[in-house]
Design a protein around this ligand. Structure first.
Ligand code: NAD
Length: 310
């Protein structure tokens, strides 16, 4: 894979995969895409992606195969009976960009290696907006040589690519980061609801905390109340953004790892439980910052009490 233009099989043309595949094509690579939903394959062809008839077809003659699927079971499913690797040339680079369990990711690496292929896990941060704009951050796990081959492809779809370590290290970094994000969004939301009860305006709390020690991404980029950060989802009735269902999923993956490794992650556990309930109770399709409404509703006096600001 030394030449710049590569043939890439792309499996999973959903909300993230479709714009990522389109950006690869735009960068000059030959991209052959497949999704179980034929309409998504048809839509991708309008963005320079060639239609493949199956995942195996997408892998044929590919230098690299990228998967962008919902969960670990979907990725592992492609390796069942060696179906996907059997269709590819020996030594093909398999890059999984889905967010999946660290243990599943390591199982995918093993399955790829056993089949004579090479693997890199490269989950992303940046959401649909980042996928569309080619500004994703990739967190990659795998061997040095394999990472070096994956990097130019990832760079065509993102603005930052970090090699985090060996197999599964990208997934590990992703769930650790999102555990910070889930906990910090709850902390910021609790502080805004407390501020409301104390008669503080949202703007005053934002002006102080965003330039003081409370500063964090959940506050300064994704502020959970409308007003202080005009681009935050709170200003568009919490349309995502980063959906509650995805935060619940990622915290569930983090919780699994916390339990498997016996980590005393009290806040991570609580955040996982809060977001699981939030997603179940109607927040799945809202931006995860809408958790502030749950906190407000569960607080004494409920919504609208004592100083909630529109
Ligand atoms: P999505 O549900 O929109 O897309 C997944 C696609 O995979 C679907 O179109 C589905 O038909 C397809 N698919 C499932 N099994 C398949 C198979 N065997 N063969 C071919 N296609 C198959 O999901 P998404 O939002 O694009 O997310 C993809 C991954 O990226 C997930 O792991 C998610 O956690 C992660 N992620 C998503 C976001 C986001 O903002 N949406 C952000 C970061 C990470």
């Amino acid at each position: 894979m030394s030449e710049a233009r590569r043939t890439v099989g792309f499996v999973g043309l959903g909300r993230m995969g479709a714009p990522m595949a389109a950006n690869l094509a735009k960068a000059g690579h030959r991209v052959r895409g497949f999704d179980l939903v034929p309409e998504l394959v048809a839509a991708a062809t309008g963005a320079g992606v060639e239609a493949a008839d199956s995942a195996a077809d997408a892998a044929q003659d590919a230098d690299a195969v990228i998967t962008m699927l919902p969960e670990g079971r979907h990725v592992l499913g492609l390796y069942r009976d060696r179906a996907l690797p059997a269709a590819a040339r020996p030594g093909t680079l398999f890059i999984d960009c889905s967010t999946i369990d660290v243990a599943d990711s390591r199982a995918v690496h093993e399955a790829a290696t056993r089949a004579g292929m090479r693997g890199v896990d490269a989950p992303v941060s940046g959401g649909v907006v980042g996928a569309e704009g080619g500004t994703l951050t990739f967190m990659a796990g795998g061997g040095e040589t394999d990472f070096a081959e994956a990097e130019p492809l990832l760079a065509a779809m993102g603005k930052k690519v970090v090699h985090c370590g060996g197999p599964g290290a990208g997934q590990a970094a992703k769930i650790c980061n999102n555990m910070i994000l889930g906990v910090s969004m709850i902390a910021v939301s609790e502080a805004f609801v407390l501020g409301e009860r104390l008669g503080l305006t949202h703007q005053a709390l934002y002006d102080v905390a965003s330039t003081a020690s409370g500063q964090c991404w959940a506050l300064s980029a994704n502020c959970p109340v409308p007003g202080p950060v005009p681009t935050s989802p709170a200003n568009r009735d919490y349309r995502p953004g980063f959906a509650g269902a995805l935060m619940a999923k990622d915290l569930g993956l983090a919780l699994g790892a916390v339990e498997a490794h016996g980590v005393d992650a009290e806040l991570g556990r609580r955040a996982a439980a809060r977001y699981a309930a939030f997603a179940e109770e109607g927040g799945a399709g809202e931006d995860f910052s809408a958790i502030v409404r749950t906190i407000r509703a569960r607080s004494a006096g409920g919504p609208g009490a004592e100083g909630e600001q529109a």
